[in-house]
Design a protein around this ligand. Structure first.
Ligand SMILES: [Zn+2]
Length: 567
């Protein structure tokens, strides 16, 4: 390929709305171009890399025995009503109407379609298990699209769904996909961690996320050297146990104008660990107000509350002072004593505390020396948000924190969709049984971004060879120089006869200009044909290490051909 014929769209300037390296570099290297907020067009170089990323995923999925299909992005409302998600999915679902006033959505995911299809295609246990998958564009109406392909409104996802006869079968399919994902992310040369993820209303340890480590990631990963690792939403920590004390009598204290638990602790001159703080939520699905109690220095993990209430994320919010008053307490002075048990959720750590301070459910008052069981009861569960240096739930050592980009997730759906949508099979005895499902996603375009986050420097992208848009670019210092032109053309033609994907930069521009372009784009090998062209000597730059070595052109060709053959 001649550079003079290519749509090279490199930019010197950093786009205004770009803050993270992958977003800046995808735009600056001319791989993608923004069309509207969170919507991008893929230019030739970007598309080449995208296709390679897709093909690696496709190869490994196919090897695992999964089978590719392609579903429409346009999905009818009826399917989403059958699963109960048309309303529950909330405002991220892009809903549209056709000319006959029929409702559709642009698919953010495809559980409904795959479940519906499989229910028609599979009738008997003899046909199971199956793992159909697709690589398709998805839509999510992000409130604030940002970070380029990382959080866009249109993106490409690989989504797979396994259908098994029973949960044992599901465990096997899940395990197979888990291992396949390891192979896929290894092939992308990503530094990643596999973490336990929240599996929402379905519960259990039925989900893992594949997180590419990056300081620009939007997910917190809490992990321990013993191997425990979880997404912050899911992470647990060992509950601390306070030193045992003799229980003292309750005592009401006047705490005017102190709104936060820290202010109250300060005023009473006690450790904030001797207080219990309250956070009130309104469950809009069940029209109910619940107050969550955690130790004063802790935070409530909202996902744990959502899972406990069995409500969708869209249908929960902070309770208003009026809603708080309705259940017999006062905003800012909420405490568990005297409240109805049905309105109270208590973090398990609170049950390990003695003589602590709680709100008095009365304006300007708190109560000292509260003790669980003696003074109040309520539903006990793990409600705390786990943080860095909290103790590991497995081994008890302090945990660490890293940030990650969620590039993949595997999930045991069980029979959630198959039951709702009548996706059943006939077992050996002729009984109708719901299929047991799993789902497995990889953010294809997000993976592209994650690779850049891990492979770049101040000059641009450093694509690993197997996902680079081209393997090598030949850059003559001055293409109009006859000796340089002759050698450059010769190398180009020789490489063109191999598997190596090659660009010849025949543009009438300075060497520095041309080098800058291809360093920014991140072509793994840059072969400079310069003043020693007549001797057949070239300079080969390895973009990953930025090392430049002079060598005979035959040697450079051999090196590149070998590297490409060993991808
Ligand atoms: Zn541990």
């Amino acid at each position: 390929m001649k550079a003079s014929r290519m749509l090279i769209a490199t930019l010197k300037e950093v786009p205004n709305d770009a803050v993270i390296p992958s977003h800046i570099l995808l735009i600056r290297s001319g791989m993608i171009k923004k069309m509207s907020a969170g919507i991008y067009n893929y230019l030739p170089l970007g598309l080449r890399t995208l296709r390679k990323v897709e093909n690696i995923i496709r190869e490994e999925m196919d090897k695992a025995g999964a089978e590719e299909i392609l579903c429409s992005c346009l999905q009818p409302k009826e399917l989403w009503e059958a699963s109960g998600r048309w309303y529950k999915y909330g405002s991220e679902l892009m809903r549209i109407k056709d000319r006959h006033d029929r409702d559709f959505c642009l698919a953010p995911t495809a559980e409904e379609v795959f479940t519906d299809l499989t229910s028609v295609l599979v009738k008997s246990y003899k046909q199971l298990p199956v793992i159909p998958y697709q690589i398709q564009t998805k839509y999510r109406d992000e409130f604030r699209p940002r970070f380029g392909l990382m959080r866009s409104r249109e993106f490409i996802m690989k989504d797979a769904y396994s259908f098994d006869v029973d949960t044992e079968g599901l465990d096997k399919s899940y395990d197979l996909m888990y291992k396949t994902y390891e192979k896929i992310f290894d092939r992308f040369h990503l530094n990643y961690k596999i973490v336990l993820a929240d599996s929402g209303a379905i519960g259990g340890n039925g989900s893992h996320q594949f997180m590419a480590l990056s300081s620009t990631g939007e997910s917190d990963i809490i992990y321990c050297d013993c191997g425990y690792a979880a997404d912050a939403e899911k992470a647990e920590s060992k509950a601390e146990v306070a030193e045992k004390e003799e229980m003292l009598s309750l005592e009401e204290v006047h705490t005017p104008n102190f709104k936060t638990i820290e202010e109250v602790a300060n005023f009473l001159n006690i450790d904030v660990k001797k207080t219990v703080k309250a956070v009130a939520y309104r469950d809009l699905e069940h029209n109910k107000t619940v107050i969550c109690f955690v130790r004063g220095d802790r935070d409530v993990n909202e996902i744990k509350v959502i899972n406990e209430l069995g409500v969708s994320e869209e249908l929960i919010r902070m309770a208003t002072p009026e809603e708080i008053a309705e259940i017999g307490t006062v905003d800012g002075f909420m405490g568990p004593i005297g409240l109805k048990e049905e309105n109270v959720l208590i973090d398990i750590e609170v049950t390990n505390m003695y003589n602590f301070v709680v709100g008095a459910n009365k304006k300007d008052y708190h109560i000292k020396n509260a003790n669980f069981n003696r003074d109040f009861k309520g539903k006990i569960l793990d409600l705390r948000l786990a943080k860095e240096s909290d103790l590991c739930p497995i081994c008890g050592k302090p945990m660490k924190l890293e940030r990650g980009i969620e590039v993949g997730q595997v999930f045991k759906l069980q029979t959630k969709y198959s039951e709702a949508m009548g996706c059943t099979y006939l077992d050996k005895n002729g009984q109708t049984v719901p299929m047991v499902m799993g789902c497995y996603g990889i953010g294809v375009t997000r993976t592209m971004s994650a690779i850049i986050e891990q492979y770049h420097d101040e000059f641009g992208i450093k694509w690993p060879l197997n996902v680079a848009p081209y393997h090598v670019v030949i850059v003559p210092a001055k293409y109009t120089d006859p000796a340089q032109q002759e050698l450059a053309d010769k190398i180009h033609d020789m490489l063109n006869d191999t598997k190596v994907e090659v660009i010849l930069d025949d543009r009438d521009a300075s060497l520095g200009f041309k080098m800058k372009d291809f360093e920014l784009i991140g072509i793994p090998y840059i072969m400079i044909v310069g003043r020693r062209a007549a001797e057949g000597i070239v300079e080969l730059k390895d973009r990953m290490t930025n090392e430049k070595v002079e060598m005979p052109y035959e040697e450079a060709i051999k090196k590149i051909v070998e590297a490409v053959e060993n991808i």
